[in-house]
Design a protein around this ligand. Structure first.
Ligand code: ZN
Ligand code: ZN
Length: 128
């Protein structure tokens, strides 16, 4: 019987440790998300329409303009030289991007665009 209660105690401490760990992870994630951005951007690969939504709102893959399943989320690449943020479709961007202004190759320059950036980009706000 002794071994049985010991294994229960061991299981409980494992559960407790897991709970504590996941609690800390949660806190970290929330902090990061707050830092990241206040908006989500979308670009239609078919017609080139640009949209953005509030951070909590996500559009599907269907473009409100041309009704094709070609809507893709966007990412931003920040160029230090001219302080220009290049916004483009998130698809196939593992190689980095090219600055729209000075054509520099932007590596490790990913930056989540904010609402202000999407407005400057010419995107239309979509309400969820
Ligand atoms: Zn479209
Ligand atoms: Zn540049």
């Amino acid at each position: 019987m002794q071994t049985h209660s010991q294994s229960i105690r061991a299981t409980l401490s494992v559960i407790l440790a897991t709970l504590l760990l996941s609690h800390t992870a949660c806190k970290k994630e929330a902090g990061l998300a707050a830092l990241e951005t206040d908006a989500n951007g979308f670009l239609c690969l078919k017609c080139g329409a640009k949209f953005y939504t509030e951070r909590t709102v996500f559009m599907g893959s269907k473009c409100p303009q041309c009704k094709q399943d070609a809507l893709t989320q966007t990412v931003g690449y920040y160029c230090d030289k001219d302080q220009h943020l290049t916004i483009r479709a998130a698809e196939g961007d593992r190689q980095g991007a090219t600055c729209e202004k000075c054509q520099a190759h932007l590596v490790n320059a990913m930056k989540s665009p904010s609402e202000k950036d999407y407005k400057a980009w010419g995107a239309t706000k979509v309400k969820g």
